[in-house]
Design a protein around this ligand. Structure first.
Ligand SMILES: [Zn+2]
Length: 185
């Protein structure tokens, strides 16, 4: 009788248990990447379109068996989560978002842990809490830079960014579109 293969979803813990899986997964993804269209939000950086199995919800799915690693296990994972784990970092909060809004993209530069964008806002709020009482009209260069990054990433809404920095929506949009503070990166 043929042994049934166990189907395991790849997580941080599974990578700890099977460290060789990182190489296998990188290789697996590399063979299935096609250069996609440049992303408007991300300075024209191109999407890496996953050319493997894509589910109806638009997410790529990776399924790997490697007898050198584990004979009776088939590993599976959503392609963008796998790309994040093997090329960027561990997934701390469990959600990997696309900065490019392309669910089938596995370009590590286009992927972001959900907590990162919130962390930036939280850090800014903590640090600049005191300076809000100065009632200065001008934003600091650091604040402009952060507003630019966040608004172009398109993960947090313009309204949320405006609220976090105590400015109006128009200000955020002008910064995003380079109409004001174009000289700050
Ligand atoms: Zn992309």
């Amino acid at each position: 009788m043929k042994n049934k293969r166990e189907l395991l979803t790849i997580t941080d813990e599974i990578l700890d248990e099977f460290p060789d899986l990182v190489d296998v997964a990188q290789d697996y993804l590399n063979k299935r990447i096609r250069l996609g269209s440049p992303c408007r939000h991300l300075n024209g950086s191109r999407c890496w379109t996953y050319a493997g199995h894509v589910r109806v919800d638009g997410y790529g799915m990776a399924t790997m068996s490697c007898k050198e690693i584990a004979k009776d296990i088939t590993f599976k994972c959503r392609a963008h989560r796998l790309a994040y784990m093997v090329w960027v970092d561990r997934i701390k909060k469990g959600v990997v978002q696309h900065k490019c809004d392309n669910t089938n993209c596995v370009n590590p530069d286009h992927l972001q842990d959900e907590t990162q964008s919130q962390n930036i806002i939280d850090a800014y709020k903590r640090r600049d809490c005191a300076s809000q009482f100065n009632k200065t009209w001008k934003l600091t260069a650091a604040a402009v830079s952060m507003i630019k990054k966040l608004s172009r990433a398109g993960i947090i809404s313009i309204q949320e960014i405006a609220k976090a920095f105590s400015v109006c929506d128009q200000t955020v949009m002008k910064i995003r579109d380079g109409k004001t503070y174009w000289y700050i990166d």
